[in-house]
Design a binder for this molecule. Structure first.
Ligand SMILES: O=C(O)CCC(=O)C(=O)O
Ligand SMILES: [Fe+2]
Length: 173
C-alpha cells in the first residue's frame, strides 16, 4: 500500500494505521424473493483497508460509472477496498439478497488506526499524508482525531461516504 501511494515503506505501520482490526462474519441465507429484498445496502467502508474473503456464491457489487458491477468471486482471492485521501477511492458497494439455494458467507477484516495515545484519551491527528500533497494536489480532507472519527460514525445509518464527508474540505465561493 505504501509503495502504491509513493510513501516510505513502513509509514502506515509507524502511524499505527492498521493496529486495530474488526473481524465480521456475514451470513446471507437463501432468499426466495431476492428482487424484493435488500441485502446489504449501498455504503462505503470507513476503514483504512478492508480485506474481504468471500465464498463462491457471489452477490457483492461495486459502483463504477454509476452502474452496479458484480464482483465475481475467484477461488482463493481476497477483495481489497481502501481509503486514502482519494488517491485510492473508497468504492461504494452493496450485497444483493441471496437467490441461490446455498447460503452465502463472507468474512471482512476491517483495519483501523489504533492509537488512543495522548493525555486527553485521544489520538494525534490523522489526515492526508503530507507526502501526497502539493499545490496541484491540495488536501481534500481536514485533519481529525480518532475520537472525532468514531463520533461521526456513531448512531448513523449505513450509507455511502458518511464518515469521509464529515471531514471533506468544501471549496468556498
Ligand atoms: O459481504 C460482503 O461481501 C461485503 C460486506 C461488507 O461490505 C461490509 O461488511 O462492509
Ligand atoms: Fe462494506
Amino acid at each position: 500500500m505504501c509503495q502504491g501511494l509513493g510513501v516510505r515503506p513502513g509509514k502506515l505501520k509507524e502511524m499505527r494505521c492498521t493496529e486495530s482490526v474488526i473481524l465480521l462474519g456475514h451470513f446471507y441465507p437463501h432468499c426466495p424473493q431476492p428482487d424484493l429484498t435488500a441485502g446489504l445496502v449501498p455504503h462505503t467502508d470507513h476503514t483504512l483497508v478492508t480485506i474481504l474473503l468471500q465464498d463462491q456464491t457471489g452477490g457483492l457489487q461495486v459502483k463504477r460509472d454509476n452502474q452496479w458491477v458484480s464482483v465475481v468471486p475467484i477461488d482463493g482471492a481476497i477483495t481489497v477496498n481502501i481509503i486514502s485521501n482519494d488517491k485510492y477511492k473508497s468504492v461504494e458497494h452493496r450485497v444483493l439478497a441471496n437467490g441461490s439455494a446455498e447460503a452465502r458467507i463472507s468474512i471482512p477484516l476491517l483495519f483501523h488506526p489504533a492509537g488512543v495515545c495522548n493525555e486527553d484519551g485521544d489520538s494525534g491527528y490523522y489526515g492526508p499524508l503530507v507526502e501526497l500533497l502539493s499545490t496541484e494536489n491540495p488536501p481534500k480532507y481536514r485533519k481529525f482525531t480518532l475520537k472525532e472519527f468514531w463520533k461521526q460514525s456513531q448512531g448513523k445509518a449505513i450509507s455511502p461516504n458518511i464518515v469521509t464527508n464529515a471531514f471533506k474540505i468544501v471549496a468556498e465561493g
